[in-house]
Design a protein around this ligand. Sequence first.
Ligand SMILES: Nc1nc2c(ncn2[C@@H]2O[C@H](COP(=O)(O)OP(=O)(O)OP(=O)(O)O)[C@@H](O)[C@H]2O)c(=O)[nH]1
Ligand SMILES: [Mg+2]
Length: 284
Amino acid sequence: MKSGFVMLAGRSNVGKSTLLNSLIGTKVAIVTPKPQTTRHPIRGILHDRRGQIVFVDTPGIFLGKKDRISRRLNAFVSETLEGVDAIVYVADPTRSIGPEEEHIQNLLRAAKIPVIMIINKSDLALEKKVHLDAFRAVDVGQKKTMELSALGRKDLNRLVDALFALIPEGDPHYPDLQLTDIGHNQWLEELIREKIFLNLEQEIPYSIKVVLDDVQVRPNGSRMIAATVFTTEDRYKRMIIGKGAGMIKRISMAARKELEAVTESKVFLTLNVKVDTKWPERFV
Ligand SMILES: Nc1nc2c(ncn2[C@@H]2O[C@H](COP(=O)(O)OP(=O)(O)OP(=O)(O)O)[C@@H](O)[C@H]2O)c(=O)[nH]1
Ligand SMILES: [Mg+2]
């Protein structure tokens, strides 16, 4: 049986987490149109007759900010390279190749791990994929370049076939039915964070951390969930809560709806908002 680790690497917002979810067939990682959505390497496990591929989704390389969290997110990428059998380098043809992309390409060339390059978002119209030719010309020593749509789940089989050819034989790392290494409670926190990213503008989402306080499942199957949203400044707290608590209600409702669909049961979700100026300093 084949068994190996495959890292998803690329800039922020290219669609790494979308690709992970499409490959695994369920929502393992959260996805938003904002950069720096993924904060920790998250594993998704693909099971197949041929064996098992453990995909490791990483935070996107983002050189725009120099704060502690950005530095930490970029560092995760180099750390994740350890023990990886192959890398899927994901690129977005709607954005030009700049210093960030070149930074990643240098990392990939230096890594000495087989690379498959994905030019993602093939579902978009040609006039949006302005930099397609530039990406087609990229050479980081990759085994193959494929154009596909993570969102449209198009041509993913070809990618999986190519990866099974690259990874070694070995024992599986995870039991048959396990699809991710993230626990249910951490996933709940991520889902709430996703709704915050989707609803709030600008820098506020990046100042936010979500911590689950309590989950209770009642005999009738309904769930009572309480979580705290931490942010770094009082003015952010006011914006997250919103006028007449409108914003926090919107966020809470969006999270609740998705949870109800996933769990097929009634969900009661309470969100508290608190200020913790120091949480980014403790971010590891
Ligand atoms: N049209 C189109 N959009 C896509 C595709 N894949 C991802 N997207 C969109 O691109 C945006 C970013 O997707 P993510 O999966 O969060 O990107 P990421 O690379 O994980 O980003 P970070 O976690 O911030 O590094 C979202 O709005 C996705 O819906 C695709 O194949 N086609
Ligand atoms: Mg991501």
